[in-house]
Design a protein around this ligand. Structure first.
Ligand code: GRG
Length: 261
């Protein structure tokens, strides 16, 4: 559990959770257990995604994958235990300043982001799409569920724990939906541009591979335009909030749009 959780990574989900709590003028220390839980769930999904029965990857965050080091049985159990610890951590460690009804709402958000309408839904459709052509609608479904749902839960839980009103929570949810999709569109663009740079080739890895990606389905220029529209739409949602508190989330949207890894 420690090996994968502490292996590095950008920590985008916990940062989003804390920034969202700050946006609604909440006490950031109250959102720390939820922020850590997001990273635990994200890490468990990476451990399971890398397994031989899933993507069968050897490297993650620049290190050998969990199952390569500890074996498949331990990797599965480490993932299961991280998932369970995430819920225990939020429930047991969120301080008494957060009213119980808010805590329960945050835990429900977390559960729905992970289960059969969240990460698992995205993964199962992704697996079912292997070896056949898919369109933009199905690609979006996969990314919304595999990637955007947990980003959404991170932002929404930060706002709930921070004491945001219902309308504030719904605004940050819209922000997160745009940022979640943006995250994946940029990932797909980076796959093309990075492999083009690394290999010195004109066609990037993903344009050549079978996997459906935004650049492959809409072309690289249109994918970049789409990313630009998503950033604008995300930042638009922040217009309603205190301008002095908006900077972290608006910079994060721009960071996700312009990141290089
Ligand atoms: C939840 C029970 C349960 C199972 C999980 C395996 C699985 C089902 C879902 C796969 C989810 C997955 C691996 C989605 C990809 C998400 C993604 C964009 C990963 C990369 O995120 P970054 O770039 O990575 O934030 P770092 O390493 O920086 O944290």
């Amino acid at each position: 559990m420690r090996y994968s959780l502490l292996a590095g990574g950008k920590r985008v989900r916990p940062i989003l959770c804390l920034a969202s709590c700050e946006l609604v003028s909440g006490d950031v220390s109250s959102a720390m257990p939820a922020a850590c839980a997001m990273e635990m769930i994200h890490t468990m999904s990476l451990i399971h995604d890398d397994l031989p029965c899933m993507d069968n990857d050897d490297l993650r965050r620049g290190k050998p994958t969990n199952h390569k080091v500890f074996g498949e049985e331990t990797a599965i159990l480490a993932g299961d235990a991280l998932l369970s610890l995430a819920f225990e951590h939020v429930a047991a460690r969120t301080g008494p300043k957060v009213p119980a009804d808010r805590l329960v709402r945050a835990i429900a958000e977390l559960g729905s982001a992970v289960g059969s309408e969240g990460l698992v839904a995205g993964q199962i459709v992704d697996i079912a799409s292997e070896g056949r052509d898919i369109g933009l609608g199905e690609l979006e479904y996969i990314h919304v569920h595999k990637t955007a749902k947990l980003l959404e839960a991170s932002v929404v839980c930060g706002a709930i724990v921070g004491g945001g009103s219902q309308s504030e929570v719904e605004r940050v949810r819209k922000y997160a939906r745009c940022v979640g999709l943006l995250f994946q569109v940029v990932d797909d663009i980076l796959d093309v541009t990075k492999s083009t740079e690394e290999l010195g080739k004109t066609a990037g890895k993903d344009l050549a591979s079978d996997k459906a990606t935004y650049p492959k389905l809409m072309g690289i220029e249109k994918a970049k335009e789409f990313a630009g529209e998503l950033v604008e739409k995300a930042i638009e949602q922040l217009g309603h909030f205190d301008a002095a508190r908006v900077a972290p989330l608006s910079h994060l949207a721009n960071y996700i749009a312009s990141r290089h890894n």
